[in-house]
Design a protein around this ligand. Structure first.
Ligand code: DSN
Length: 417
């Protein structure tokens, strides 16, 4: 991070803030499950001269000249995505996960038609039909939930809702659901009601690519994803499909929704997909899940209330209210202690999203730094101490110092301090 001489000369203020953020990312235990550390190779592609080129259209069908190398880059990204996820069609142009979902809606659903997804308070995403999002405004959104006692998606409840509401699409996937998605079960329901199944695998794409979480394919004809979470690429999105709706999806991304693709991001996605094909990445994905399980177990032993009782993937959702604290002050105390997470609603939360009952933790970033099950009890101990001493700034500062010292032993990919 120190070798940015032009930036330092042109804009020392921004340069300094980037260095500060690099230091922060290095010295914190980063547990936000949607974040990661992209590799230096991904960062170099992201920061490359590809930023300078406009390329509206698709490889071989562009509206601007000078696409010889861009076409090759986008074709490589597409082919790698197809190979890694075992699909017939991939669109690598969506700017992120929300635009990827938006493109699928635009391709398949007419305004006013019914869409069905997991409600935001139960771990779904805004774009799965939540009322303040385009998906809940332009479409008739119906939302399934999780079982009130197990906090698991109950396919009987999903099926009953689907039979009653007859949605055009059913979305499965979420942002705060710590368990395995039964894509096959969802596909049976979608088939029974004549709906198209769309799997949103933004959080778990890296786990799916590595075979650590079941694949939505061949059960779902379409999956959307971001590229920067467990997949560890640049900030971007993809729509993957069996090809049935390839034309509609491509038209929806461009020209339906977006203009020129971000070619620097496309190249970085290609690099991340190449990295994701390696045995190293498979080990990384397995370790991410092993770490989440070990951290969940250690937190459970310390009396934390884990939603659904644990985790099958990279994330952990905790109701902290039995500890006499709400999610927001707990997350703020953890931040003061050098541990970064986000506050989050828990299923059937009586509290509001801006000050909910829970916190959400995840292991993609710490696993990228080489942490293993060995380190999880210590991290759980710090979390426990920080929540216990949430009002004691001196105690939090002591943890913060211990955490910063600990982090020095685990190099963060893409960050040279
Ligand atoms: N919902 C965000 C997250 O999971 O953090 C991503 O859109």
């Amino acid at each position: 991070m120190s070798d940015m001489p032009a930036l330092a000369a042109t804009d020392p203020e921004i340069h300094g803030l980037i260095l500060d953020e690099a230091r922060r990312q290095h010295d914190y235990i980063r547990l936000i499950p949607s974040e990661n550390y992209a590799s230096q190779a991904v960062m170099e592609a992201t920061g490359s001269i590809l930023n300078n080129k406009y390329s509206e259209g698709y490889p071989g069908r562009r509206y601007y000249e000078g696409q010889d190398y861009i076409d090759r880059i986008e074709t490589i990204a597409i082919e790698r995505a197809k190979a890694l996820f075992g699909v017939q069609h991939a669109n690598v142009q969506p700017y992120s996960g929300s635009p990827a979902n938006q493109a699928v809606y635009l391709a398949l659903v007419k305004p006013g038609e019914t869409v069905m997804g997991l409600g935001l308070p139960f771990g779904g995403h805004l774009t799965h039909g939540w009322n303040v999002n385009f998906s809940g405004m332009l479409y008739r959104a119906v939302q399934y939930d999780v079982d009130p006692s197990t906090h698991l998606v109950d396919l009987d409840r999903v099926e009953a809702l689907a039979r009653k509401e007859r949605p055009r699409i059913i979305i499965c996937g979420g942002t705060a659901y710590p368990r395995i998605w039964d894509f096959e079960g969802f596909a049976q329901i979608a088939k029974a009601v004549g709906a198209i199944l769309v799997a949103d695998i933004a959080h778990i794409a890296g786990l799916v690519a590595a075979g650590v979480h079941p694949s939505p394919f061949p059960h779902a004809p379409i999956a959307t994803t971001t590229t920067h979470k467990t997949l560890r690429g640049p900030r971007g999105g993809m729509v993957l499909s069996d090809g049935t709706y390839a034309k509609e999806i491509d038209r929806a991304v461009f020209p339906g929704l977006q203009g020129g693709p971000h070619n620097h991001t496309t190249a970085a996605i290609a690099v991340a997909l190449k990295e994701a094909m390696t045995d190293d990445f498979k080990r990384y994905a397995r370790q991410t899940v092993a770490n989440a399980k070990a951290l969940a177990e250690a937190l459970g032993e310390r009396g934390f209330r884990l939603i659904s009782g644990g985790t099958d993937n990279h994330l952990i959702l905790i109701d902290v209210t039995p500890r006499g604290i709400n999610g927001k002050p707990a997350a703020q105390a953890l931040h003061k202690a050098g541990i970064e997470c986000n506050y989050n609603t828990v299923p059937y939360d009586p509290r509001k999203p801006f000050d909910p009952s829970g916190i959400r933790l995840g292991t993609p970033s710490i696993t990228s730094r080489g942490m293993t099950e060995r380190e999880m009890p210590l991290i759980a101990k710090w979390i426990d101490r920080a929540v216990e001493h949430a009002d004691d700034d001196a105690a939090l500062a002591r943890i913060r110092a211990e955490v910063a010292e600990f982090c020095q032993a685990f190099p963060a990919p893409g960050i040279r301090i």
